[in-house]
Design a protein around this ligand. Structure first.
Ligand code: GLN
Length: 474
């Protein structure tokens, strides 16, 4: 059996973390104990060529995919030319601190433990037939070679039409719309294309995991404001206090993953004034805009004075239940689009051609499609929220997205990671621990996120499991 793991060691203790069982770091106070935990015949292969060097280093060693094999004895390592042992993983410093994404980890644990996956946000139902058929048709029509780098003209136009319907803003599809491979790439192209090393970028914690990693790749300095329960409202004075002459941009997300918070007109107005006064750009991730339940979504680009300093980022995946298609876009004035397109040209160059044609058909869906989507999600949300309340969670209000955040502490587990581990193994349900979305993980230790982008039967079964097996701490 293979156990990928990493080892951290300093002079007083040794911590061994299997990345499969990510929640159980083994801390050993002396290395003798460490070696007693494996059998006499076990070879510990840490992927480091010199035998015994493993516990002499004080540096964190990110060593993944290193097998503990029960078949080999404690002998000299074979020389590297014959070795089948994997090499230690290597990663540039700018990504050293990041782990396998929490979504990947949780979805594999869901499979391993046969748990109901209310973790990673992907629907367990399919996207609409008319969109799938448009993709098949495009393939059959031979739309299979490289697309124009910044998008097939019909999709650029459909995005501009949709944006006009949603915000009233008229944008030039040729000069102000860039099609990307999912919103994650649009975010990366925006950051890499417009942020210089050392620029300060403000984010709101909890934040989507790719923000920090991408800002790190760009060499940006992250400035973080924490949104606190129950309302996760923007602490405007704190926001003002961290703006400096080096602040280049605010990277925001409304409706907000993971909390479901939607930025109010008042909050957006205050952010607008701050950005205009201090010449700050806004990168606004609005992928959940069509899943706004308690209030109307407002694109900050539509506020007076903002279009010229805003990049609006969106995608097809959530709105059309096609998260695997990875079609996204960035809408921005030409002077900002230039940088975005430069980065996009050298990241992916272009996005899947037939899927872009189908995306154009999708975005021209009648209003009834969007109404029905909201109705369906409202029903799912009610099942999950009522269910979680009846189980005993404190459920925080979620105005948009397909996520809801709860306080797990009534069940007596020490933190979000311990709670999620218990929930997977003992209850058979997967949630996302939120501490990974904070610069300071302590701030998220009481909160976990559930998604309701699953069919109603799945949501009900998850609630039933929790009712049967989760008990309030007396
Ligand atoms: N956006 C999805 C979520 O928040 C995850 C996407 C991913 O796995 N990177 O659940």
């Amino acid at each position: 059996m293979l156990h990928p793991f990493s080892l951290r060691y300093n002079s007083s203790h040794c911590t061994w973390t299997s990345s499969h069982e990510m929640f159980r770091p083994y801390t050993l106070n002396n290395t003798a104990n460490f070696f007693q935990t494996v059998s006499r015949n076990t070879r510990i292969n840490l992927g480091i060529s010199e035998k015994n060097r493993i516990c002499r280093t004080s540096r964190v060693q990110p060593i993944m995919a290193s097998p503990i094999s029960t078949a080999v004895t404690t002998q000299q390592q074979p020389d590297s030319s014959q070795s089948t042992a994997p090499q230690p993983l290597q990663v540039a410093k700018r990504l050293e601190k990041f782990k396998t994404t929490i979504f990947t980890q949780m979805s594999s644990l869901a499979i391993k433990h046969g748990a109901i996956n209310l973790g990673q946000g992907f629907p367990n139902f399919d996207g609409p037939d008319f969109v799938k058929e448009a993709a098949i048709q495009a393939i059959k029509d031979g739309k299979n070679q490289y697309a124009r780098g910044y998008g097939v003209p019909d999709l650029n136009s459909a995005i501009a039409e949709r944006f006009k319907k949603d915000t009233g803003l008229v944008v030039d599809p040729e000069k102000e719309v860039t099609v990307t491979s999912g919103c994650t790439e649009a975010i990366a192209a925006t950051i890499l294309g417009l942020i210089n090393p050392g620029d300060e970028v403000i984010v709101f914690a909890p934040f989507y995991d790719s923000y920090e990693a991408t800002l790190s790749m760009a060499g940006a300095k992250i400035k973080c404001i924490t949104l606190k329960p129950p309302n996760f409202s923007i602490p405007i004075d704190e926001l003002k206090s961290i703006v400096s002459k080096n602040t280049r941009a605010i990277l925001m997300n409304t409706p907000h993953n993971p909390t479901g918070k939607m930025f109010t007109a008042e909050e957006l107005g205050k952010i607008t004034s701050l950005c205009i006064e201090n010449d700050i750009l806004v990168f606004s991730d609005e992928v959940y805009d069509k899943l706004s339940f308690e209030m109307d979504h407002i694109s900050i680009a539509s506020l007076p004075g903002m279009f010229d300093r805003t990049v609006t980022l969106n995608s097809l995946g959530k709105t059309f239940s096609l998260t695997g298609w990875k079609i996204g876009w960035a809408i921005a004035p030409p002077h900002l689009t230039w940088g975005i397109r430069q980065a996009h040209s050298y990241l992916t160059f272009a996005t899947s051609t037939p899927m872009q044609h189908a995306a154009a058909a999708a975005l021209r869906a009648p209003d009834s499609y969007y109404d029905e989507l909201k109705r369906d999600y409202n029903a799912k949300k009610a099942i999950l929220v009522d269910g979680l309340k009846s189980v005993g969670f404190r459920v925080y209000p979620s105005s948009g997205t397909y996520f809801v955040v709860v306080d797990h502490t009534p069940f007596g587990l020490e933190n979000d990671i311990a709670f999620c581990e218990y929930l997977i193994k003992e209850v058979g349900v997967v949630a996302i621990p939120t501490s990974v979305f904070y610069l300071n993980p302590e701030e998220g230790k009481n909160l976990v996120r559930f998604t309701f982008c699953k069919d109603e039967g799945t949501l009900r079964s998850a609630v039933e499991r929790m009712k049967e097996k989760l008990f309030l701490k007396k």
